[in-house]
Each structure stands twice: as structure tokens, then as C-alpha cells.
Ligand binder design. Structure first.
Ligand code: NAD
Ligand code: DAU
Length: 360
């Protein structure tokens, strides 16, 4: 039985990955999920699997070397899938230091512990061991509106404290591969959306606000472009990179689905109106009149767009979910998980929201 150590598995992409992997491999794998349960981590995301014998949850901080090394001693880990990070650009602008701590130091701890557990006395690594570092397209900086794509060879040019911390963590992984021949891959993915996404990010925030008849805060002119990928397509790509990817390589993962933020907001409104029945009181609340242009994000990157040519050619992965279909599925999930949304938007979320958007 192969054993995966997933970091940040209680967050958005990590929990989708765990569900996908159990759906695909069932009892043939064991997953150890290590997560500190910050504001972004929610054990509810994994309640369907929490009682399985082949699932173990460890609440720990990835910066805690003792706790992480204990996991490697207790379990013979075959694969590390490293999602844990502070992931929200707006938070990084307000409070950069926690991003350096978790994303840079935490990654260093993960690398060191995996190396300690996997390295033979002659400097080679035990057969079949593999570390996958999940990173972002934001490390490549910002593209012009009228052209160009991010390739694996695009030089790093991060702008926000978040992307700078992710770029630093990628550099550490590259350094371990170059110095020790540490068996790793890096994946750089574009913007994800789908079930379990925390409603501080654009798409779930807009869905939640629209259903409550609250303003839809669009930064700047609303014309910044992101390349949206349905989360299930992303987690499938991660599994495929571990199975078929060449070690030491970087793979870009993207949806070939560029949209301006304002288009996203308008699509959400349209799809909500289509999906809400005429007698649902929320239908009357959902309207374009809620769109409100607000102050722009500091240093706001204009456009991201991934060229997923390498992963398609070498591994045969392609994005499968068309955007409108992905948005419908996402909205359907939020309809079916109203309690989840109420729970995650209670308490500390309200304080964050009021401070961030200057509303009471
Ligand atoms: P998320 O914020 O939803 O989840 C992060 C998880 O990590 C949470 O469960 C949190 O509790 C945990 N965590 C945070 N600090 C920790 C620490 N010190 N120790 C242990 N656990 C800790 O993030 P996400 O959107 O699921 O992103 C996962 C990864 O994918 C991140 O590395 C992010 O940079 C990358 N990524 C995200 C996107 C996206 O669109 N969301 C796109 C590309 C890459
Ligand atoms: O590109 C990959 C990255 O995508 C990941 O590495 C990050 O972890 C993830 O959070 C995401 O970063 P973004 O900053 O692109 O995502 P966010 O959802 O915060 O914002 C998407 C766009 O929408 C961005 O241009 C800012 C804008 N926006 C966002 C919010 C929250 C608004 O206009 N209004 C908002 O209220």
C-alpha cells in the first residue's frame, strides 16, 4: 500500500485532492494529512473520509520540525504532496511575515524531513520516493494584456509578498534537486475554483455575496485577467505528474480559460439567475446592480495565462471542464452546503471582511 503525506489537506485544493485520490485508488493507498488548521483549513471538508482506516489526520504546523519528522518516523512515506501554504494575496499585502514563515521555512522543513527519511548513506534516494511541490503561476509575474503566456522557462518575477514567498519555496525545491538530486517535481498552476474554496477568494465570495444581496466588490477596472481551472482538473494533473512525470521537472498546469474579473462576476450572476427557481426569495436579490467597483489591490498583476503545452505533450493531461459547466457545478455545491458556508463565514471571517472592504 502506497502512503501519501499530504500537507494542507484541510484546505481547498488539498481536500479536493484527498477526495479525488480515495475515489480513484480506494483502499490501495493510505493518506496522512498534516494541517495546522488555520482560518483556511476546515476538518469538515474531510468528514466523509475521517473514519477510514487508511486516512490519518495530524494537526501540526509544517514549521514544527519535530512534529513533521515524527510523521516520517512513524509512517514509511512514499509520496509527499505539499499544498500547505498561506495562499491569499490580499492577506499577504496586509501581513507578509506569516507568508515567509509558512511558505518558505515550512517548505524547508518539509524538504529536510523528507531528505532525512529518504536518503541512503551513499547519497542516493530510496526507490520510488517522490516529493511534489504545489506552486502557482504568480511566480512568473504579470503578462501584457495583448499577448504572451507563462512557460516553464519563463523567468521568475513575483510581485506580491505571496508570490515572492512561493517563488522562494520553488527555488528551495530546485536547489534540493540540483544539490542532492532530491526526487521532486514542481507544478505551477493557474487560478482554481470549485467546491470547498474559502469565500475570501473571488468566485466563492461573489457567489456568497450575491445570494445574500450584498455588494460585489470588483477591484480597479475589473479587467484583470486570470486563467481559471476547475479544481478537479488540477488534482487529476497532480496525480498524473506523480505517476507519469519526469523527475526533477516543472510542469505548468492551466485551464486555457482566460477571463476578465468582471466577466466572471457577470457569469456568476447569470448562472445563479438560471439555477434559482422563481419562488426562491434569493432570486430577487441577485442582480448586476450589486456590482461595485472598489479601490484596486496594491501591485495588482494585470494578466496571468498558462501555456500547458508541456504537460499535454509529455503526460497527456488536458483541462476537461468547460468554464460555465464548472461554475454550475460549483454553485450547485454551494447550494448543497449552505451550512458549510454559514460556518466558515461566521466569527473571524466577518472581522476580516469588514476590515478588508471597509464596511460595517
Ligand atoms: P488554502 O489556503 O485553501 O489551504 C491551505 C491549507 O494549508 C489550509 O488547510 C491551512 O490550514 C494549511 N496551512 C496553512 N499554514 C500551515 C502551516 N504552517 N502548517 C500546516 N498547515 C498549514 O490554499 P489552496 O487554495 O488550497 O492552495 C493550496 C496550494 O496550492 C498552495 O500552496 C497555493 O499556493 C497553491 N495554489 C493555489 C491556487 C488557487 O487558485 N487556490 C492556484 C495555484 C497554486
Ligand atoms: O494564480 C494562482 C493564484 O490564484 C493562487 O496562487 C492563489 O493562491 C489564489 O488565491 C489565486 O490568487 P488571485 O489573487 O488571482 O485570486 P483571488 O481570488 O484573490 O482574486 C482573483 C482576481 O479577482 C484578482 O484579480 C483580484 C480580483 N478580486 C478578488 C477579490 C477577492 C476582486 O476584484 N474582488 C475581490 O473581492
Amino acid at each position: 500500500m502506497r502512503t501519501y503525506l499530504v500537507t494542507g489537506g484541510a484546505g481547498f485544493i488539498g481536500s479536493n485532492f484527498i477526495h479525488y485520490m480515495f475515489g480513484k485508488y480506494g483502499d490501495d493507498i493510505r493518506i496522512i494529512n498534516v494541517d495546522a488548521l488555520t482560518y483556511a483549513g476546515n476538518p469538515e471538508n474531510l468528514k466523509e473520509v475521517q473514519d477510514q482506516d487508511n486516512y490519518v489526520f495530524v494537526r501540526a504546523d509544517i514549521c514544527d520540525r519535530e512534529a513533521i519528522s515524527r510523521i516520517f518516523t512513524e509512517y514509511d512515506i512514499d509520496r509527499v504532496v505539499h499544498f500547505a501554504a498561506e495562499s491569499h494575496v490580499d492577506r499577504s499585502i496586509k501581513n507578509p511575515e506569516i507568508f515567509i514563515r509558512t511558505n518558505v521555512l515550512g517548505t524547508a522543513v518539509m524538504l529536510n524531513c523528507a531528505r532525512d527519511a529518504w536518503e541512503n548513506s551513499d547519497g542516493t534516494f530510496r526507490e520510488g520516493k517522490r516529493f511534489l511541490h504545489v506552486s502557482t503561476d504568480e511566480v512568473y509575474g504579470s503578462l501584457e494584456e495583448d499577448g504572451g503566456y507563462f512557460y516553464e522557462t519563463t523567468p521568475y518575477a513575483p510581485h506580491s509578498p505571496y508570490s515572492a514567498s512561493k517563488a522562494s519555496s520553488d527555488m528551495l525545491v530546485k536547489a534540493y534537486m540540483d544539490t542532492y538530486r532530491f526526487p521532486a517535481n514542481i507544478t505551477n498552476c493557474s487560478n482554481n475554483y470549485g467546491p470547498y474554496q474559502f469565500p475570501e477568494k473571488l468566485i466563492p465570495l461573489m457567489i456568497n455575496n450575491a445570494l445574500l444581496g450584498k455588494k460585489l466588490p470588483v477591484y480597479g477596472d475589473g479587467k484583470n485577467v486570470r486563467d481559471w481551472l476547475y479544481v478537479e482538473d488540477h488534482v487529476k494533473a497532480i496525480d498524473m505528474v506523480m505517476e507519469k512525470g519526469r523527475l526533477f521537472e516543472t510542469y505548468n498546469i492551466g485551464g486555457h480559460n482566460e477571463k476578465q474579473n468582471i466577466e466572471i462576476v457577470r457569469t456568476i450572476i447569470e448562472v445563479l439567475q438560471e439555477m434559482l427557481s422563481k419562488d426562491d426569495p434569493r432570486r430577487a436579490l441577485v442582480s448586476e446592480e450589486l456590482i461595485t467597483y472598489v479601490e484596486d489591490r496594491k501591485g495588482h498583476d494585470r494578466r496571468y495565462a498558462i501555456a500547458p503545452d508541456k504537460i499535454r505533450a509529455e503526460i497527456g493531461w488536458e483541462p476537461e471542464t468547460m468554464f460555465r459547466e464548472g461554475i454550475r457545478r460549483t454553485i450547485q455545491w454551494y447550494f448543497e452546503h449552505e451550512d458549510w458556508m454559514k460556518y466558515v463565514t461566521s466569527g473571524a471571517y466577518q472581522k476580516y471582511y469588514e476590515e478588508m472592504y471597509d464596511v460595517k
